[in-house]
Design a protein around this ligand. Structure first.
Ligand code: GLT
Ligand code: MN
Ligand code: MN
Length: 388
């Protein structure tokens, strides 16, 4: 591969809300005109994307009548048919409307909790009609600034009740959704419940149908909290729970920047792509990012093209890394093997335990060896800089 041209087989997806972002921030008004969903679909298809994802209200206004909904849906479906783009993932906007200012599924008000579940059932109907099989739950408003009101244990119980209800709804309707929880530490709430990948994994184990639930980790979200996103994704993969992924970039410790993939932490982006490719992840590569507020529409499409190109370039770098003789020799030497000891530690038995206890280790000698990580890391950096 040398032209890095995105193709549908690469499974790149964007949300209507990502390339459709109009450049509003907490301090400033929009800097771009809204783009229609159909126009976005045609443009993405032209750029080589595979699919487009959406919140219910990215497509259907929250107060649309049934007739309006049907008309919008007809036009959107036509654009999908004409362009060949698919909708692999759908989700609910449970954060923009003022009714959700203090949470949706975890709101202290039972009426609002019920409304959130009702709104999600309608959004699931919409997603199913468009062919989506992955359903994302990003609980942006599920959190608190003040801990005096909501008891966190109650919030978790409400959250569980809603997810259990919706999983049953999906089954009853025959939608076949896999649900992907998207953790985030904060913003828009001061603190969001289920702040990181590990927290979501733990919570899934408490649900009625845990096999239907997995993760939609986002690069920016663990990075905001100063955590290693590649490690978080590896943990999701290890648990068989990587159902979807939100790719973007982010400076540590800042507000949620949603930068172009690879714009900031190239090395982390490289190891992420390598992990996804090496592990055989089959799902969509979704870019949950947006063009800088400074940009006009041309900049938006540069941003989208850039996300996909960077992924493909890093994929090629990962292949190079895996085939680089010197790098692979260093990794081989790094992983010191001992067949006899590995046999002892692989599984507990009384005999193994006794043999291991009787074994003499030369601690001093074991500690002396340098594992060669400086050289290995420098070679990685040189490979990324294009001089290998
Ligand atoms: C919102 C959020 C994202 C979520 C989207 C799905 S909406 O843009 O910042 O991280 O993935 O609800
Ligand atoms: Mn984000
Ligand atoms: Mn996201």
């Amino acid at each position: 591969m040398s032209n890095y041209n995105p193709q549908p087989e690469h499974k790149f997806t964007f949300g209507l809300w990502t390339v459709g972002n109009i450049g509003r921030d907490p301090f400033g008004n929009p800097t771009r005109q809204p783009l229609s969903p159909e126009y976005i679909v045609y443009k993405l298809a032209q750029l080589g994307a595979y699919g487009v994802n959406l919140h219910d209200n990215d497509l259907i206004p929250i107060d649309a009548t049934k007739a309006e909904r049907d008309k919008i849906l007809r036009n959107f479906k036509k654009a999908l048919r004409d362009s060949g783009l698919v909708v692999p993932m759908a989700t609910t906007n449970l954060f923009a409307d003022p009714v959700f200012k203090d949470g949706a599924f975890t709101n202290a008000n039972a009426k609002i909790r019920a409304y959130a579940i009702q709104k999600t059932m309608h959004a699931m109907d919409l997603g199913a009609e468009l062919g989506a099989k992955i359903y994302v739950f990003w609980g942006g408003r599920e959190g608190a600034e003040v801990d005096a009101g909501m008891n966190t244990l109650d919030a978790l119980a409400y959250y569980r009740e809603a997810l259990n209800f919706l999983a049953e709804y999906s089954e009853a309707q025959g939608y076949g959704y896999k649900f992907a929880l998207e953790p985030k530490p904060n913003e828009p709430r001061g603190d969001i419940y289920l702040p990181v990948v590990g927290a979501a994994l733990g919570f899934i184990a408490t649900l009625d149908k845990p096999h239907l639930f997995g993760l939609n980790p986002e690069f920016a979200h663990e990075t905001m909290a100063g955590l290693n996103f590649v490690h978080a994704v590896a943990q999701a993969i290890d648990a068989g729970k990587l159902f979807h992924i939100d790719l973007n970039d982010q400076k540590m410790g800042r507000f949620d920047q949603d930068l172009r993939f690879g714009a900031e932490n190239l090395k982390a982006a490289f190891f992420l792509v390598k992990l996804l490719e090496d592990s055989g992840y089959q799902g969509p590569r979704h870019f949950d990012a947006h063009a800088l507020r400074t940009e006009d529409e041309a900049g938006v499409w540069e941003f989208a093209r850039g996300c996909m190109r960077t992924y493909l370039i890093l994929k090629e770098k990962a292949r190079q890394f895996n085939q680089d003789k010197e790098i692979q020799a260093l990794i081989k030497a790094y992983k010191v093997q001992d067949a006899e000891l590995s046999k002892l530690t692989r599984k507990f038995s009384k005999r193994n335990a006794e043999a291991l206890k009787a074994r003499k280790f030369n601690r001093g000698m074991l500690a002396e060896r340098g594992p060669g990580l400086e050289r290995l890391d420098q070679l990685t950096v040189e490979l990324l800089m294009g001089v290998r």
